[in-house]
Design a protein around this ligand. Structure first.
Ligand SMILES: Nc1ccn([C@@H]2O[C@H](COP(=O)(O)O)[C@@H](O)[C@H]2O)c(=O)n1
Ligand SMILES: C[C@@]1(CO)OP(=O)(O)OP(=O)(O)OC[C@H]1O
Length: 160
């Protein structure tokens, strides 16, 4: 069986926060605001996995009104969701994600993020593509007000 899901998320920049993207800390003058660590890329991937499973979205499973998730490590949230997928017999077919950010330059960190995501999803590097684009200074990302991320995930399970 093959299941496909997509995810999209946005977080606003905030001073005095580390920038966590794809489960790693990226050197930058500002981080992102959020109830959790605000890892916008892992949130998009988490939503894509939940979408593929037909199980709602990240806010339903981990409400931003629940103090348990205040400052949460988004890698742990993704691991929890990925365990649901594995329990249903799925493994990663492939994942493709895009970070939409005017800054910082993501290219130097893409490989490290791929390795981190591969570890979280028990996937092979060759099945995990992470890329980045600016918006040519247009819109909220272009004005460096925030970062967006989108992800598409394909899950596969043997049989049918
Ligand atoms: N935050 C970003 C944005 C883009 N890149 C890399 O630059 C390339 C060109 O971006 P454009 O938005 O001008 O098309 C893009 O393909 C990425 O390789 C980046 O590293 N970090
Ligand atoms: C991750 C959660 C939970 O801490 O909070 P945020 O970091 O605010 O992220 P968002 O993508 O707005 O929604 C999902 C959440 O409920």
């Amino acid at each position: 069986m093959i299941r496909v899901g997509q995810g999209f998320d946005v977080h606003q920049f905030a001073d005095d926060r580390p920038l966590i993207l794809g489960g790693i800390e990226i050197p930058h003058s500002r981080g992102l605001s959020g109830h959790s660590d605000a890892d916008v890329l892992l949130h998009a991937i988490t939503d894509a996995v939940l979408g593929a499973l037909g199980k709602g979205d990240i806010g339903t499973h981990f409400p931003d009104t629940d103090p348990e998730y205040e400052g949460a490590d988004s890698a742990k949230l993704l691991r929890e969701v990925w365990l649901m997928a594995e329990r249903e017999g799925f493994s990663l077919g492939n994942l493709d994600a895009t970070v939409i950010a005017q800054k910082p330059k993501m290219v130097p960190y893409i490989q490290q993020i791929r390795e981190r995501v591969a570890g979280l999803l028990h996937g092979e590097l060759s099945n995990i593509n992470i890329k980045a684009t600016t918006t040519e200074h247009l819109g909220f990302a272009g004005r460096e007000e925030g970062i967006a991320a989108m992800a598409v995930v394909c899950l596969v399970s043997p049989g049918k």
